[in-house]
Design a protein around this ligand. Structure first.
Ligand SMILES: [Ca+2]
Ligand SMILES: [Ca+2]
Length: 480
């Protein structure tokens, strides 16, 4: 269903541009003959400029039609009829097969919605298939639309990938893992070099561009159509955004205020600087947000001073509708840096303390009763700072940065045994996420791509890294 919509949309997008630039000369020469007074002139011109057979037919048909209908031909109906005529040409039937009705639908919608397209299409009335079919195939890019049909199957899983070289720009792509390959669809290209994508929940993706200080909300179910674009405070370093009910909650590393947007994107703020008295710089370092349930947002506060952890970190539990702090939950360690929400609602949080120490750990926090279980696994066990992790059936996949400031993707078995999965010189591991029974890790070098694992065997990647587009992938999150 999505593919069908996408194709018709793509067709619509192509109409004005492609027909307009397709062959202006021949199109303009063949003016629509819907005015009796102009029939003779038009047809004389046609006769002069096109082949005799065509124009003899044109003259007969057009004059008859015009006379019969008192010259009151609806140009939209005329255009839509021409869509069917052209789509019946054998070359197009051969090329598009089952997609012909969609080609016609897209063409006819263009007749309704675009005066330019309508004029261009009507200008082809009367041309033979040998002339108009190549024009349509070229103009509508039908070889691409019809000839290269992607597999019509439900993806095994889907996700969103941020690709960047931190220099020339950032691409945000929608990724589908398919039974016999993969498909990547560009959603947004930014010149910004400090851009992240976040799931707000559902199929919606938020793109936070710190370079331009903008928030863009895209709908992946609609091939990345932009829903909203909002300017943010420059330098606020936005980190994460989450949809809670009909509100959005935005966390920024710089500044004291959590930002809450209501359904009309009217902004309110909540000062969280007082949650940890030990964090004397007044900035609580809001790092991430999760849906706490019952209209509440959980905001992870790193509480750093001069980039160093200053004792406990906290979860600020915020009632979104009222914009008030419900409570603050103290965590047994500093610097929450990544988290994973389990299906049972329990949240695993990596408290990494400081970079290059190995004193951090992953805890399990249960929002239903604020209980905490420590030492799910430790930095000491995996041999570095825990950048990102996701649970497998038999342990965890963990992206770490080592004390030597290299990155590795490691597997920690259920009994705490470390199995190094991938680590090569220059290997640049981004993050790990779990979606629909699979684990996906991003690698930016040697090689660049997405590494896919089955959760039942998280030590052996499934096939080659999935590599696409020009920029290396930096982060992936699954669309739940
Ligand atoms: Ca601080
Ligand atoms: Ca650490």
């Amino acid at each position: 269903m999505m593919k069908t919509t996408a194709r018709v949309l793509a067709l619509l997008l192509l109409v004005s541009a492609t027909i307009a630039c397709g062959d202006d000369d021949s199109n303009n020469d063949t003016a629509p003959n819907n005015d009796t007074g102009n029939n003779d002139v038009n047809n004389d011109q046609n006769n002069d400029q096109n082949n005799d057979v065509n124009n003899d037919e044109n003259n007969d048909e057009n004059n008859d039609e015009n006379n019969d209908e008192n010259n009151d031909v609806d140009p939209v109906a005329e255009c839509q009829a021409q869509c069917e005529v052209v789509a019946a040409c054998q070359d197009i039937v051969d090329l598009c097969g089952d997609l012909v009705p969609q080609v016609v639908a897209g063409c006819q919608q263009a007749c309704e919605e675009s005066e330019d397209a309508r004029g261009q299409i009507n200008a082809t009335i009367g041309l033979e298939c040998s002339v108009v079919a190549p024009l349509a195939i070229n103009g509508f890019e039908l070889e691409e639309l019809c000839g290269d049909e992607p597999p019509d199957e439900e993806p095994i899983f889907s996700g969103v990938v941020t690709l960047s070289d931190f220099a020339t720009g950032t691409d945000i792509a929608l990724y589908h893992e398919l039974e016999d390959g993969f498909e990547a669809i560009g959603l947004l290209n930014s010149e910004g070099t400090d851009v992240v994508a976040r799931s707000t929940g559902g199929t919606e993706v938020a793109v936070l561009d710190r370079t331009s200080a903008t928030l863009t909300l895209l709908d992946t179910a609609d091939e990345g159509v932009t829903r909203t674009e909002i300017s943010l405070e420059a330098g606020s370093n936005p980190q994460d955004i989450r949809r809670i009910g009909d509100h959005y909650v935005l966390a920024s590393l710089q500044g004291t205020d959590l930002i809450i947007f209501d359904a009309e994107f009217t902004q309110s703020t909540l000062d969280l600087s007082g949650v940890n008295a030990d964090d004397t710089d007044g900035n609580p370092e809001m790092y991430a947000i999760f849906d706490f349930g019952e209209g509440k947002a959980g905001v992870l506060l790193q509480n750093l001073t001069n980039f160093a952890s200053v004792g406990s970190s906290y979860i600020a539990v915020v009632d979104v509708a009222t914009g008030t702090l419900d409570r603050a939950v103290e965590l047994p360690g500093g610097n929450p840096f990544s988290f994973f929400v389990q299906e049972d609602g329990v949240i695993l949080i990596a408290l990494i303390e400081n970079f290059s120490d190995q004193t951090g750990q992953v805890i399990a926090y249960d929002p239903s009763d604020d209980s905490i279980t420590e030492d799910i696994f430790t930095e000491e066990a995996v041999g570095g700072d825990i950048n990102s992790f996701a649970p497998a059936d038999d342990g965890f996949l963990v992206a770490i940065s080592t004390p030597e400031f290299t990155t590795s993707l490691v597997h920690l078995s259920g009994d705490g045994e470390l199995t190094e999965v991938l680590a090569t010189a220059g290997f640049d591991v981004g993050n790990v996420d779990r979606v629909n029974g699979f684990l996906v890790a991003t690698t930016a070098e040697d090689p660049a791509g997405l590494l896919v694992f089955d959760v039942a065997d998280a030590t052996t990647p499934l096939g080659e890294p999935r590599s696409f587009f020009e920029l290396p992938p930096r982060a992936f999150f699954g669309l739940k």
